[in-house]
Design a protein around this ligand. Structure first.
Ligand code: WT7
Length: 666
C-alpha cells in the first residue's frame, strides 16, 4: 500500500463501533525481491495514475491496436453514461487474435483445451484466427450483422470462444447464458435481448456423464419469436430433436467457410456484449458493455494483476464462460495480451479430486485464478490431494467472487502456492467489467482476506450513509467515485433502472453504489464484507455474515459455514449459522458441547455480540451453480418460513436435508 493513499484518509472521523477482528491482521506477506524485480507492476503506477488519470488510461489503451486514434479520452458530460476513447475505432477480435499472428506469434498456443473425459486440443493463435474467421463468415451467412444479438448457451468448448470472438468481429453483441441455467432462464434472456441466433451444443459432460443441453434450447425457443437459427455444436453425440427450418449443425455451417475474414473497425463505444446478472429482486438485468474502454481495462488488469508474461506463462482461470470472469479473464483480457491459457471443460472432482492439480502439473500452469468456494472445497477434500502433484510452476494465485476468509487464504497460500506465490484477492463485479480493487503482485504486501487497494487508475472508497468517507477502522459502503473504462454503459433497454440501481443512493455526490459493505483496517486497506443485504443488524450493531463465517471456518472442526440474520423479537436480527464439519470431525463435534464450543469460538474471535443464536450442522449448503451460497433459502429455514424458489440451486434436494435437520434440532 502506498503511503500516499494512507494519508489521504480522514483518520477516525466516522469510526464506528464495528467489530475489529479484521483490523489487526498480522500475517502480512511482503513481495520477494526476486518477484518484485521482474514484476510488470511497479509502485510508480499509482503515482502516474494519480498525476493524470486520463493520460494514464490513454497509455493503457495504446497497448491495443486502434485503426483510428481517439480524440478525447473520457466524455462524462452525459453522466452516468460514460464514453471512453471518443472517436477511436478498433476491432476487438482483431486485437485478440489477428494482431498476434501478424506479430509473428501465430505458432504460440492460445488455448490448451482439456475436455472432461480426458480428450485435449492445443489451439495456436494462427488456428484461432482461422476458426474465428470461419465462424464470423458462417454467422454473417445466417444474417448476423453489426448490432444484432446472438445468444450463446454452450459448455466450456473452444467453440464458445470462437463464437464470442466472431460476434465481436462482426460488431454483433453476444449474450452468453450459463449452461447450467434452465430453459426458462434462457428464454427470458433471449427475449429481453431479442436474439436472432442461438448457439448451443447437443449435450455437455458433467461429472463424467453426458447430459443433454439442446433440449433446453428447444423448450426455450418455442416462445422466442426473434430467433431465426439455432446452431448446434456436436460434443456428446447425444440424440437431439431436429427442427429443419431452424436448426443447423455447427460442422455443416462453419467448417466449410473461408478461413479468412476482413474485420471492420467499430467505434470505441460500439456495444460488445450483454451479460445478465440477477439483482436481489426482480428480473435479471442485462448489463451492457462496449468495446474500447472495456478491452483496455481487461488487458491492463490481466497484465498487471496476474503479472502476465505472454512468452512464458501458462494461465488458467477456472471460471465458466457464462460469468463475467469468463468473459474478461478467459476471453478478452488474456487473448488481447497474447497469453497461453488452459480452458477446462469439467468439474474439479472428475474423475478424481486431484483433477485441477493434475492439469496444473500437465501444462505447467503458472498463474491460477479461482473462487473462494472452490478453495474451501479443496480444503474439505484435504491438503494431501494437492500434495501429490508438482505445483512448483505456480507463481501467482488469484481469488474472485466473494470475500475470501483468512483461513482459506492461508490454506491457498500454503498448500497450493507453496508459501511462495503471491495471492491477489480481486474485487469487481459484472457491472465493473474488470478488476477494480486488488493487491499488485511484486508491489503490495498481501494480507489474508483483504482486497486492499484500488488499482492504479481506479477510484474507490468506503463511505457512510451520507456519502462521507470513513476513517481507519471505520465501516460503511463501497462506492466508486470516478468513472472507469470498463464500466457498464447501462442496463439493456432500461436506462431508468440503471440510474436507480447504481446512481440514486449517492446521487448528490455522483458516486456509483456497488451494493457491498466494506471497511478500512488500521492501515487503510479495504476489506469487503459482502453484499449489504447480507449484513446483519444485531442489537444495533452491524455484523457481516462474512465475519461470522470467517470466525467459524477458523475453528479446526469447521470446513464451511453460512450465516444468515434471522428476525428476532429482542435484538432485531439474530445470527443463525449452518456449518459443514471437516471429514472425521462429525462424531466429536455434532453434540451440544461441540456447538457450545463453536459459539464460544465466535465470541472469542469477534466478540460476544457475534455469537450465533443457533448453529446447525448440515451435510451441504445450498449453492447456485456458480457456487454462491443462497442465504435467502437459509433465512427461510431460520425464520421457519416455507422455503422459497429453489430452481437456481445446483442441487435442489439440499434444502430438504437442511430443513428436516433444522426441524429436529430447534
Ligand atoms: C459481487 C459481484 C467479479 C466476478 C465474479 C462475481 C462479490 C466479487 C469479490 C472479492 C469480496 C467479492 C461482491 C460483488 N465479490 N469479488 N474479491 N471480495 N467480494 O461477479 O456475480 O457480478 O458479483 O461479488 O459482493 O459485488 P458478480
Amino acid at each position: 500500500m502506498s503511503s500516499k493513499r494512507v494519508e489521504r484518509l480522514e483518520v477516525g472521523k466516522h469510526s464506528q463501533n464495528t467489530l475489529d477482528n479484521l483490523l489487526h491482521e498480522e500475517r502480512i506477506h511482503a513481495p520477494s525481491g526476486e518477484f518484485a524485480a521482474q514484476a510488470n507492476a511497479t509502485s510508480e503506477l499509482y503515482a502516474q495514475a494519480d498525476a493524470d488519470r486520463e493520460a494514464f488510461w490513454a497509455d493503457q489503451a495504446r497497448h491495443l491496436h486502434w485503426d483510428t486514434e481517439w480524440e478525447q479520452v473520457l466524455d462524462w458530460s452525459g453522466a452516468p453514461f460514460a464514453k471512453w476513447f471518443v472517436g477511436g475505432k478498433l476491432n476487438v477480435a482483431y486485437n485478440c487474435v489477428d494482431r498476434h499472428v501478424e506479430a509473428g506469434n501465430g505458432d504460440r498456443v492460445a488455448i490448451h483445451w482439456e475436455g472432461e473425459p480426458g480428450d485435449s486440443r492445443a489451439i495456436t493463435y494462427a488456428e484461432l484466427a482461422r476458426e474465428v474467421s470461419r465462424t464470423a463468415n458462417a454467422l454473417a451467412s445466417l444474417g448476423v450483422g453489426a448490432g444484432d444479438r446472438v445468444a450463446i448457451y454452450l459448455p466450456m468448448l473452444p467453440e464458445a470462444v470462437y463464437s464470442m470472438l466472431a460476434c465481436a468481429r462482426l460488431g454483433a453483441l453476444h449474450s452468453v447464458v450459463f449452461g447450467g441455467f434452465s430453459s426458462e432462464a434462457l428464454r427470458t434472456r433471449i427475449n429481453d435481448a431479442q436474439a436472432k441466433v442461438v448457439i448451443t451444443a447437443d449435450g455437455q459432460y458433467r461429472r463424467g456423464k453426458a447430459m443433454p443441453l439442446k433440449t433446453n434450447v428447444d423448450e426455450a425457443v418455442a416462445a422466442t419469436p426473434s430467433v431465426e437459427h439455432v446452431l448446434v455444436v456436436q460434443r456428446t453425440k447425444t440424440d437431439v430433436e431436429w427442427n429443419d427450418g431452424r436448426d443447423q449443425w455447427w460442422h455443416d455451417v462453419v467448417e466449410g467457410r473461408p478461413a479468412s475474414h476482413t474485420p471492420e473497425f467499430f467505434d470505441s463505444e460500439h456495444p460488445l456484449f450483454i451479460l445478465y446478472t440477477s439483482g436481489t429482486t426482480g428480473r435479471p438485468k442485462g448489463i451492457l458493455h462496449t468495446s474500447g474502454g472495456y478491452l483496455t481495462q481487461a488487458a491492463y488488469t490481466h497484465r498487471t494483476v496476474f503479472d502476465l508474461k505472454p512468452e512464458t506463462d501458462v494461465y488458467w482461470c477456472t471460471a465458466d464462460i457464462g460469468w463475467v470472469t469468463g468473459h474478461t479473464y478467459i476471453v478478452y483480457g488474456p487473448l488481447a495480451n497474447g497469453a497461453t491459457q488452459v480452458i477446462y471443460e469439467g468439474t474439479p472432482n472428475t474423475p478424481h479430486e486431484g483433477r485441477h492439480w493434475d492439469i496444473v502439473q500437465k501444462y505447467g500452469v503458472t498463474l491460477y485464478y479461482t473462487a473462494p468456494t472452490t478453495i474451501r472445497t479443496f480444503m474439505k477434500w484435504g491438503a494431501e490431494i494437492p500434495a501429490r502433484y508438482d505445483l512448483s510452476t505456480l507463481r501467482v494465485l488469484g481469488s474472485v467472487g466473494e470475500p475470501i476468509n483468512p483461513e482459506a487464504w492461508m490454506w491457498y497460500r500454503e498448500h497450493i502456492g507453496g508459501n511462495r506465490a503471491p495471492i491477489v484477492d480481486t474485487w469487481w463485479q459484472t457491472e465493473t467489467g474488470a478488476i477494480m480493487i486488488s493487491p499488485l503482485p511484486g508491489v503490495t504486501a498481501t494480507k489474508p482476506g483483504s482486497a486492499q487497494v484500488p488499482l492504479p487508475g481506479i477510484a474507490a472508497k468506503v463511505v457512510d450513509e451520507s456519502g462521507e468517507q470513513v476513517g481507519h477502522g471505520g465501516g460503511g459502503l463501497l462506492v466508486l467515485d470516478q468513472p472507469w473504462p470498463a464500466m457498464l454503459r447501462g442496463i439493456w433497454g432500461d436506462d431508468d433502472r440503471y440510474r436507480e440501481t447504481y446512481w440514486s443512493k449517492f446521487a448528490d455526490k455522483g458516486y456509483y453504489f456497488a451494493g457491498d459493505g466494506a471497511k478500512y483496517d488500521d492501515d487503510g486497506d479495504i476489506w469487503l464484507l459482502g453484499r449489504v443485504d447480507d449484513v446483519m443488524n444485531v442489537s444495533g450493531h452491524r455484523i457481516s455474515t462474512t465475519e461470522v463465517e470467517s470466525a467459524l471456518v477458523s475453528h479446526p472442526t469447521v470446513a464451511e459455514a453460512a450465516v444468515v440474520g434471522a428476525s428476532d423479537p429482542t435484538t432485531g436480527q439474530g445470527i443463525v449459522a449452518f456449518v459443514i464439519l471437516r471429514g472425521g470431525a462429525d462424531d466429536q463435534a455434532s453434540g451440544e458441547a461441540a456447538i457450545k464450543a463453536l459459539r464460544d469460538h465466535v465470541a472469542h474471535e469477534i466478540g460476544p455480540i457475534a455469537k450465533p443464536r443457533q448453529i446447525m450442522v448440515v451435510p451441504e449448503l445450498p449453492k447456485t451453480r456458480s457456487g454462491k451460497i443462497m442465504r435467502r433459502l437459509l433465512r427461510d429455514v431460520a425464520e421457519n418460513r416455507e422455503i422459497g424458489d429453489v430452481s437456481t440451486l445446483a442441487d435442489s434436494s439440499v434444502m430438504n436435508l437442511i430443513s428436516a435437520g433444522f426441524a429436529t434440532s430447534s
